[in-house]
Design a protein around this ligand. Structure first.
Ligand code: 4AD
Ligand code: MG
Length: 480
């Protein structure tokens, strides 16, 4: 295998011939030599190449930030400060040039907006390469956690005919000619003539299929892209995002909460233990960004302290009803500082969630037992409640700076009760296969969905969800 810059920097065998390949971050001249810092994405660190100014005169004229080089030479202990080893160039090949006249990335600070417009090049910056390495590490840790704990990866379909969340925020999938689709006798679009013989869409969640898997394999998880056509232009929403959805037979809501807490703490600890260089860099970036904010909005903790805090402290668990009463009794409410009304039955707004997490408890929170009316049809209904005050066994995990990071629930496993809900929504027929799990050997079960980008956002301390996925999809934005 070809050696990465990371392995060259870690090597203990010096004074041997070696090869380095990478992109130029910076070039500066010294006495009779040029110092070139190379990065190949294997680490946030760069390898210093020392090139003789006379010998490589012609090549050095063409070496600029962004150019790609292959350098053969000897790796020696560095004489300068800032690095332990350096490579003394014997041959220097320019694999690809980048001209300072038109290469967009220069060795200076670029705005996040500018880098989003240049998303095809931004993986070459320190910030984005660190973010994407962390994204990878977290993705690996997710598979490892589930594998080590007896879960099976379960690949749910991306094209479906159902709306798992019942919110109608779907992207249609069709091969019908959109300018002139075939019509049925009533004049409606005739999806019987469509590719699948019915109307289909991109999935909003793999949960319904995960439940089928859990009823045979016990514990499964999905980890795939999900799509939502909600017109939310916020720093927390994407139209295409990745979701992790474990589903477990025989788990009730308490087991579900224990699992989600253990899982999130494991992932954050994994990042702290395995991504120290990148986190140190992002920690510095986070502190610099915080300093630009108004004093009262600045984080009391550094990024690394925030991550350690989550690993070391239990999440606060309370019911929706208790949360509403905390909000109603808060000075914030009394001083009319909430923009949206607080009363039992509302869908909590991000300002309410953040008040609970950031101001009141100052730690992650798991809220349970939400009003039935604001949650999805598949959630298990609590019994013996007064009319109009019915709740379901939902659980949302709220994180500081993020708001909702996980949504989940115990599922309604009683056939008659679930069917009553699907009847209300006129989806009983299309979900007959889903209802079958409750007709044949039904079992209590639970699961949740973790928004992967919201997790990456939290761990990297980035401010905008568009900056933690290589090519973000948001309203009016599908470039690259
Ligand atoms: O709360 P949600 O809608 O729950 C579900 O989809 C369930 N089927 C999950 C389950 O029980 N298996 O979404 C789950 C999580 C949210 O908590 C949030 O982190 C993330 O997915 N999410 C989004 N992330 C980015 N952009 C969006 N538009 C998101 N919508 C939800
Ligand atoms: Mg939710």
């Amino acid at each position: 295998m070809k050696k990465s810059i990371l392995s060259l920097l870690q090597t203990t065998v010096l004074d041997v011939q070696t090869v380095a390949r990478g992109w130029v971050r910076h070039k500066r001249s010294g006495q009779n030599v040029f110092f070139i810092t190379l990065n190949d994405g294997s680490t946030i660190k760069t390898l210093q190449v020392v090139a003789d100014a006379g010998k490589f005169e012609e090549e050095l004229k063409r070496v600029h930030t962004g150019a790609c080089l292959e350098v053969h030479g000897k790796l020696i202990a560095s004489q300068g400060a800032g690095q332990t080893v350096e490579l003394i160039a014997e041959t220097l090949t320019i694999l690809g040039e980048a001209s300072p006249d038109n290469y967009p990335l220069q060795p200076k600070a670029h705005s996040m907006e500018f880098l989003r417009e240049n998303a095809h090049l931004r993986s070459r910056t320190n910030t984005f390469s660190a973010v994407f390495r962390l994204r990878h590490a977290l993705s690996y840790a997710i598979h490892k956690y589930f594998n080590d704990n007896g879960f099976y990866a379960w690949h749910s379909p991306i094209i479906t005919a159902s709306d798992a969340e019942g919110a109608g925020e779907m992207f249609q999938v069709t091969t019908l000619p959109i300018g002139n689709p075939p019509k049925d006798e009533q004049g409606a679009i005739d999806f019987k003539q469509d590719f699948f013989g019915k109307a289909t869409n991109l999935t909003v969640s793999g949960q319904l299929e995960a439940e089928l898997g859990a009823m045979g394999l016990g514990k499964v998880y999905t980890f795939g892209p999900t799509f939502r056509a909600e017109n939310s232009n916020t720093t927390r929403h994407l139209a295409e995002f990745w979701m992790i959805e474990p589903e477990m037979a025989f788990y009730d809501i308490q087991d579900n909460m224990d699992l989600v807490e253990d899982f999130l703490r494991y992932l954050i600890k994994y990042a702290l233990d395995n991504c120290a260089d990148d986190l140190e860099f992002l920690n510095q970036r986070f502190m610099d960004e915080e300093k630009k904010k108004k004093k009262e909005e600045q984080s009391e903790m550094s990024l690394i302290e925030k991550l350690q805090f989550v690993v070391e402290n239990q999440f606060e668990r309370l019911t929706y009803t208790e949360a509403i009463s905390i909000l109603l009794n808060s000075n914030h409410h009394k001083k009319k500082k909430f923009q949206f009304e607080v009363k039992w039955g509302i869908d909590l707004q991000s300002e309410h969630e953040r008040y609970l997490v950031e101001k009141h408890f100052k730690k992650p929170v798991i809220l349970t037992n939400y009003p039935k009316a604001i949650k999805a049809f598949y959630m298990k209904q609590n019994e013996g409640e007064e009319a109009g005050k019915e709740t379901v066994r939902a659980m949302d995990v709220l994180f500081p700076g993020i708001g909702e990071i996980v949504g989940g629930s115990q599922r309604e496993e009683v056939y008659e009760r679930l069917k009553a809900r699907t009847d209300e929504m006129h989806i009983t027929e299309e979900l007959s296969w889903y209802l079958d799990t409750r007709r044949f050997g039904t079992a209590p079960h639970s699961g949740f969905g973790l928004g992967f980008e919201r997790l990456v956002l939290f761990v990297t301390g980035m401010g905008n969800i568009r900056d933690v996925i290589p090519f973000p999809r948001t309203p009016l934005n599908a470039g690259f």
